[in-house]
Write a protein that binds this ligand. Sequence first.
Ligand SMILES: [Fe+2]
Length: 289
Amino acid sequence: MPLPSEPRVFDHQVHTLGLATDEALTALLDRYPEELFDINAYSYDEEGQVSLETGSRGRADGATILAEIKAGRLWVNLRDVQDAHPELWTPIHEAFQANARALGVTPIRTTGQLILSSPGTKVPYHFDAAGVMLFHLRGRKRLFVYPPDEAHLPQAEMEQVIMRTTTEELTYRRAFDADAQVFDMEAGQALTWPLYAPHRVENLEVFNVSVSLDFQTWETRLTRGAHFANGVMRQRWGRRPAAMGQTPMAARAALWACSLAMKKANMAENRIKDFERSFELGAGRQPAA
Ligand SMILES: [Fe+2]
């Protein structure tokens, strides 16, 4: 298996390198390419159901962006750390490789995003279509990790997300929380979990800095392609695919090959439109809580 069957916590030292101080982040935000910013603001109703607004950095400088994150309810991802911030990526990737060896994981592709998030903000219930190791550098956040089974992550919903045909969030019910493993992450800890395990995040009442390292192995790549092909066959031809857990790797490889042809033929219509960016940092208007 490419990943543990249970979440695993590791220690790292990246938080000691001075890369997540106010000073370092201000300088980084001043120079980080605008097209690599994702600026999200989530709001939740009483049932925990989510809505999302997205923003742009506008002309705000680094100090302004940092101040707005600390004062607001924002979730800011700086994508492609592996290209845009080698000084941070090098120690993160070294720490990942040491842990990956311990897990028996052989990655074929790794990417990273630096996550700066407001005190008390939450990320909704979701899964990632890659392996993830989350390195915590500053603050405290609570991770809820749920079992990656049919009850918590129906295969048909997973296919829809992987095909990118829906903007719907995964179905989440508060009752799921009884099945979650909960981790309060401190600076100097890294967490990984079973492939596709649904999870959500609640920041505690402090500003948070983490790096999410996403990795693909051949097994995760073939499995993702197999879900894509299954989704197309389910949606277009009404097939009922076998459970992925009972689909051997050779069959997943055949489905993955199909998925490449399907993607070339544009068989999964991408219905996700770019969210219109509805607010701008530094312009004195963040979404209301
Ligand atoms: Fe995630």
